[in-house]
Design a protein around this ligand. Structure first.
Ligand code: IPE
Ligand code: IPE
Ligand code: MG
Length: 255
């Protein structure tokens, strides 16, 4: 697959997409390869990735997306070299410290999903502060998937349900799809309509497995640091051409 550079053209006319997905999930992938292609250390790709994230949030707000979930660190990313993990933690701290006030001013509500227990107290405090400060905001909801793994999330929900059954608070026959959804980290957030992954990889990598049952997938042939508004609009264009059937039929002639 050939990867192209970002299309970002400041002079390109602004246009509003005809169909705007309510919830977009983004798997921000390809920082390392972006850096390697430039003979730079991987962490330089992550640094540039933060700038792409800022562009992404701004574009999502401009386009009118209501929920944007960004996959920023997976449960499995701990297996990377310690120096890279440390840098990713540092960049999250920097992003929260540097961007929180601006996000708040822009009426963005921040919500964090993922396991917090094994994060440093400093990061836990920053994540809690971001959620607390922006709780009442009514604009874009920015869902930060940090130390997130969907299988772990589902296992946690099942465990809590099992505990309720064991304690007699719940009957096994009452367990249904809605109840499981309400016990996931994403409770109250609509399922993603569109999931975008950059870098050309075509997999979920443990992102929103349950929630993506009927999501549309768009795989962009760019590395994450090159992501811009034009890339988001191209993914939305592709989404708008899809026929979402949810198991039913649409305008099909015949028997
Ligand atoms: C995405 O870029 C960032 C994180 C997973 C945190 P990668 O670091 O995965 O970049 P590639 O896939 O190695 O190019
Ligand atoms: C998925 O990317 C995780 C994030 C973007 C945070 P990875 O680069 O970790 O996924 P794999 O290892 O290629 O599946
Ligand atoms: Mg990757």
């Amino acid at each position: 697959m050939t990867l192209r550079a970002a299309t970002g053209d400041a002079s390109a006319p602004e246009r509003a997409p005809a169909v705007v997905p309510v919830h977009v999930g983004v798997i921000m992938d390809g920082n390392g390869r972006w850096a390697a292609a430039r003979k730079l250390p991987r962490i330089e790709g992550h640094r540039r990735g933060v700038e792409a994230l800022r562009r992404c949030v701004r574009a999502a707000r401009e386009v009118g997306i209501r929920f944007l979930t960004i996959y920023s660190f997976s449960s499995e990313n701990w297996s990377r070299p310690v120096g890279e993990v440390t840098e990713l933690m540092r960049l999250l701290k920097l992003f929260l410290r540097h961007d929180l006030a601006e996000l708040h001013r822009a009426n963005v509500r921040v919500k964090v999903i993922g396991e917090r227990a094994n994060l440093s107290p400093e990061i836990r405090d920053l994540l809690a502060e971001a959620e607390e400060m922006t709780r009442g905001n009514t604009g874009l909801t920015l869902v930060v998937a940090f130390n997130y793994g969907s299988r772990q999330e589902i296992a946690g929900a099942v465990s809590r349900i099992a505990a309720d059954v064991a304690a007699g608070r719940l009957k096994p026959q009452d367990v249904d799809v809605e109840m499981i959804s309400q016990r996931l980290d994403t409770a109250g957030i609509p399922d993603p309509d569109l999931i975008v992954r950059t870098s050309g990889e075509q997999r979920l990598s443990n992102f929103l497995l349950w929630q993506a049952a009927y999501s549309e997938f768009v795989f962009l042939p760019i590395y994450w640091p090159d992501f811009d508004k034009a890339a988001l609009l191209s993914a939305i264009d592709e989404y708008a051409r899809r026929d979402r059937r949810f198991g039913g039929v649409t305008n099909c002639p015949g028997p």
